[in-house]
Design a protein around this ligand. Structure first.
Ligand SMILES: Cc1ncc(COP(=O)(O)O)c(C=O)c1O
Length: 437
């Protein structure tokens, strides 16, 4: 691969500074220009190969440029690219039918849009229309999008940039067991954080609540993974008050946790679900799906010009086919549990790894300066990311302290890839630990 046809990182940064709104940040002190993706690998403009363990933030579940998905997209793009929902076409209804088949419970009717933010915004609107209520409850450390409402429901100050967030929103405690706000330990805690939602309803709302929205595993929040009974306790309380549960599966869906949807790990059936990211394996698409009883009240006009257009619907159908045919759920479960155990073993060697959490191939390792202080190792996390990138491995970071290493790779990785990461991470942590002395 020649680098002559590429302008390179410096020129990109220069153009970015000049022509892009500065809120869009990128990773790394010395970033590379990515020019090619193939399976679990990405390549930069100099031909350097990287093992991608972040998947474009939980998007590339089937791997980069999967030949079946690419072929389906190309065929559709050459035949019929766009019509809008004012005309009938088949891919959108085939996709809606497929989502009804694979989603848990009785989720049956979909509305298609272009992103996770839009999917959540639509799900929230549907909850308002159905319930006739306007208030919402969300979880601390959750992230739901960039529109005014979805950002107002986001429980991470880092991403709450709107100076005038909307009212009528209350936050319930999340299940951050590593830093339990009650100072308790599971299971002796009796799920106090989940039970606290009753107190939130009783004291912080008018009880005219349209819905509770939550990610089954909080991605940007730091791969916060609630204990087994958490969502069951919450759902029982919500049902008691007649409050709808919206599961935001934007980051967790489509096989990532070893189940098609992460909420299935808690055996709880949401009333509405929002999806995006991995649904199109890189093609922009989002959707919200609801039970008939809820969906059927939304009869006044609703349209999205490009939502579920023939190309993105075809890409999504091909993606779901690959997930099934290549048994990616099963691989996520198997390689994911090997990955988690390997991280746990590494944590025994490195005090810097304060906590390891997650399910399947949605894993996090929280870095701290010392076991005693548990102070977030924010700068050190950046050093780890940079050093791994230099060694040809890409991972993510998140959490309120920006100190959680995030592993959300394509679901096609194998145990050798995990060993490769662990060996390199071990060496990198040893180097970074020296900066703490
Ligand atoms: C859980 C969750 N919901 C919603 C969104 C917003 O999705 P999008 O960036 O596609 O608008 C994100 C994005 O990271 C997310 O992680």
């Amino acid at each position: 691969m020649s680098d002559e046809k590429y302008i390179g990182p410096e020129a990109i940064i220069k153009k970015k500074k000049e022509y892009m709104i500065p809120c869009v940040y990128h990773f790394y002190q010395e970033p590379m220009q990515l020019v090619k993706g193939q399976g679990k690998y990405l390549y930069d403009h100099k031909g350097k190969k990287y093992l991608d363990l972040f998947g474009g933030v939980s998007v590339m579940n089937c791997g980069h440029c999967h030949p079946d998905i690419t072929e389906a997209i190309c065929k559709q793009v050459k035949t019929l690219q766009h019509t809008c929902t004012i005309y009938l076409n088949q891919p959108i209804v085939d996709l809606a039918e497929k989502l009804a088949e694979i989603t848990p419970g009785n989720l049956n009717k979909s509305f298609f849009c272009n992103s996770g933010t839009e999917a959540n915004e639509g799900a929230l609107l549907l909850a308002k229309i159905y319930s006739g209520n306007s208030e919402f409850i969300a979880l601390k450390q959750g992230l739901h999008g960039r529109t005014q409402l979805t950002m107002s429901l986001t429980g991470l100050s880092f991403w709450r940039t709107d100076p005038t967030p909307v009212g009528g929103i209350s936050f319930a405690p999340n299940a951050y067991c590593y830093r339990c706000q009650y100072g308790l330990k599971h299971p002796d805690c009796n799920l106090q954080c989940a039970r606290a939602i009753r107190d939130v309803i009783e004291t912080s709302t008018s009880k005219n609540i349209a819905a509770f929205i939550a990610e089954p595993i909080q991605g940007n929040g730091g791969i916060i993974t609630p204990p087994p009974e958490y969502f069951q306790v919450i759902k029982e309380i919500l049902d008691e008050y007649g409050i709808l549960f919206i599961a935001d599966e934007v980051q967790t869906g489509f096989g990532r946790t070893g189940k098609m949807f992460a909420i299935e790990n808690w055996d709880v059936k949401p009333d509405i679900m929002s999806v995006a990211k991995a649904l199109g394996n890189g093609t922009p698409i989002g959707a919200f799906i609801a039970r008939n009883e809820i969906a059927d009240v939304y009869t006044r006009p609703g349209a999205s010009t490009l939502g579920g257009n023939p190309v993105s619907s075809t890409a999504a159908l091909a993606t779901l086919d690959v997930i099934e045919k290549e048994k990616l759920k099963e691989n996520a479960a198997e390689v994911g549990s090997y990955f988690k155990n390997s991280l746990l073993n590494l944590a025994v060697k490195h005090e810097m790894i304060g906590d390891v959490r997650g399910i399947g191939l949605m894993l996090g390792a929280e870095l701290i300066k010392s076991a005693e202080s548990k102070e977030p190792a924010t700068e050190e996390t950046d050093l780890v990311l940079e050093a791994l990138k230099n060694r040809g491995i890409l991972i993510g970071k998140n959490g309120p302290g920006r100190n959680v290493l995030a592993f959300q790779p394509p679901l096609i990785i194998d145990k050798d890839d995990v060993d490769n990461l662990i060996e390199n991470l071990d060496q990198v942590l040893r180097e970074v630990e020296k900066t703490l002395d």
